[in-house]
Design a binder for this molecule. Sequence first.
Ligand SMILES: Cc1cc2nc3c(=O)[nH]c(=O)nc-3n(C[C@H](O)[C@H](O)[C@H](O)COP(=O)(O)OP(=O)(O)OC[C@H]3O[C@@H](n4cnc5c(N)ncnc54)[C@H](O)[C@@H]3O)c2cc1C
Length: 347
Amino acid sequence: MTTFDVAVIGLGAMGSAALCDLARRGQRVIGIEQFEPGHDRGSSHGESRIIRLSYFEHPSYVPLARRALEKWRELEGLCGEMILTVTGILEAGYPDCQVVEGSLEASKQHGLEHEVLSAAEINRRFPAFKVPSHWTGLYQPDAGFLRPELAIRQFVRLAESHGAEVRARTRVLAIEPRGSGVQVKTDGGEIEAGSVILATGAWIGDFAPELKPHLKLTRQVLGWFEPLQPAHYSPDRCPVFIFESEDDACYGFPDFAGTGVKAASHRKGAYLSSAYDLAQDGGAADEAQSGACLPSRCRRRTDRSRPCGPACIRVRRTRISCSTGPLPIRGSFWRRPAQVMASSSRA
Ligand SMILES: Cc1cc2nc3c(=O)[nH]c(=O)nc-3n(C[C@H](O)[C@H](O)[C@H](O)COP(=O)(O)OP(=O)(O)OC[C@H]3O[C@@H](n4cnc5c(N)ncnc54)[C@H](O)[C@@H]3O)c2cc1C
């Protein structure tokens, strides 16, 4: 039986990146994924992800985000593909809202370039948006979006080119100590490794039951909207955005692939009892939820008291993904530094 230095379990964004890095360092690694890498049943699909430095959740994210930017550029250099597009980020909301205030604090603490904008300045500078006159905003130019499915495919391909073994459609059933290492039991046999990285995202509770009571799995609905004035929503004119209103926070992306303007709620999502329950079963209720995030505002195109992209009104499609809620470590939801890492780094 081959013994590996490290077995990486789960090849979503986290696991595929870890596998690639270890393989490039000369480690004997194996990556095990229950579906195909790049599948649509976890947390890492849906065409785009925001990358931002000015973390409103907590300033302590900023050094991590800076390092992540470097590593994404490194991946692009290694694979020759464009994975990251810099658009800047516009964060806006009602006075003193968490998104704007938190990002401003993070920007100041870490010396990030940023501009504080009034509603009039936002509406003049970015024709995609019409925010209410009492809102304020923050523009940070180093942010943008990543293409997650492409990134996963490239991480896996690069890992394999550095000698990593990849087993797709293989489910890990148990991990047990064996001598100074571990034995990984899968539905396709057993694997011995010196250590294991658990990057199983929303499935982490299967291996660390003590975390289960602290995890909130949610079903996240993503919507793509048809722009009527596409020129306003191209990546050179429309930054990625997060808007905080009194009842929700919505984030979105320019139409970079001709698939529409993507937008979703940052806060809403029905609870799931198991990540296996997630399905791409979007229906009318999901379209309504998406609609509440952006198009309902857009339909009121002449009402300048509502935040909106003036020209996107039709839901083009919806996608469903899975999110592992933050571990309740301390503080309120919005100020929890462990939020992003919780799904894959606790075991
Ligand atoms: C809707 C949504 C929007 C987001 N937006 C952003 C954003 O804009 N910016 C940002 O930075 N972050 C964002 N995030 C967070 C980010 O996408 C996630 O942190 C990241 O994708 C998590 O990756 P992961 O590898 O931990 O999980 P996953 O991608 O879910 O990967 C876990 C993998 O483990 C596999 N697995 C599980 N159990 C087993 C087993 N027993 N055997 C074998 N394989 C197994 C699964 O099949 C899966 O492929 C968002 C998340 C969601 C859900």
